[in-house]
Design a protein around this ligand. Structure first.
Ligand code: FE2
Ligand code: FE2
Length: 234
């Protein structure tokens, strides 16, 4: 659907969240974080993925309520990168400049039109739902739990925001191809981050199952509530 009630509603939600974020007390970075080195390396890769100016997406989104909502969405992603950078610093680690998987993702997205870009972006958003849930519940570190929990709450809004834009344009073939691409990406992430996932208490297979369930729920446009309960076992 192009324009209309949903865009206005989403813009209102993103604006309200920006106000809430402005009032929210920052996590207590001074307490430090204790993270397994394999988890640090994994978080560094996700930090790079969150970090980007989103100029390309903003340009494609155009003006109006949707364009403004996308601008606020990009700011939330930049805030994720900022918080993950501070979390890494609290754990005594730095950020990394770039990672091959991020480069591939950015190049792919740039080459696409808005709807296809959103479909690729949605893959990252749904993977993020699983990843930050696992990080929140499995790191065994209070500061990490706060940061991952805050990011997860944003990602839970991002997924339906993108789905609303895609709802009218998805065909059977497009959906099938999207699922295949999604599964391929999830498998690559599960292998690439396998050691970190293990340290966070989930198996690769458990992680793949969780994000596939999230994807199914998102594309069926049900509420995504898979494994919302805190649990670090798998
Ligand atoms: Fe994010
Ligand atoms: Fe997001």
């Amino acid at each position: 659907m192009v324009g209309g009630v949903d865009d206005e509603r989403w813009l209102r939600e993103f604006r309200e969240e920006a106000v809430r974020r402005g009032k929210r007390v920052e996590p207590d970075w001074g307490v430090g974080a204790e993270l397994d080195p394999v988890v640090v390396r994994s978080v560094q890769k996700f930090q790079v993925g969150e970090d980007g100016d989103g100029a390309n997406l903003i340009e494609k989104a155009g003006g109006g309520a949707y364009g403004e909502a996308v601008r606020l969405f990009v700011k939330e992603e930049q805030n994720h990168a900022r918080m993950l950078g501070k979390l890494l610093a609290a754990a005594g680690a730095g950020t990394v400049a770039s990672h091959w998987s991020d480069e591939v993702f950015v190049r792919l997205r740039r080459a696409l039109g808005l709807h296809l870009e959103l479909m690729v972006l949605m893959i990252a958003e749904v993977v993020a739902l699983g990843y930050y849930r696992v990080l929140r519940d499995g790191a065994g570190d209070p500061l990490t739990a706060v940061v991952a929990g805050r990011i997860l709450a944003d990602e839970r809004r991002h997924v339906p925001f993108h789905m609303d834009r895609l709802a009218g344009v998805l065909s059977g073939v497009g959906l099938a191809a999207w699922r295949v691409l999604f599964l391929a990406v999830v498998l690559v992430v599960a292998v690439d981050h396998g050691a970190a996932l293990r340290a966070l208490g989930v198996t690769r297979v458990g992680f793949v199952r969780e994000v596939v369930a999230e994807f199914t729920a998102a594309t069926r446009r049900r509420g995504v509530t898979v494994r919302e309960a805190a649990s670090s076992s798998a």
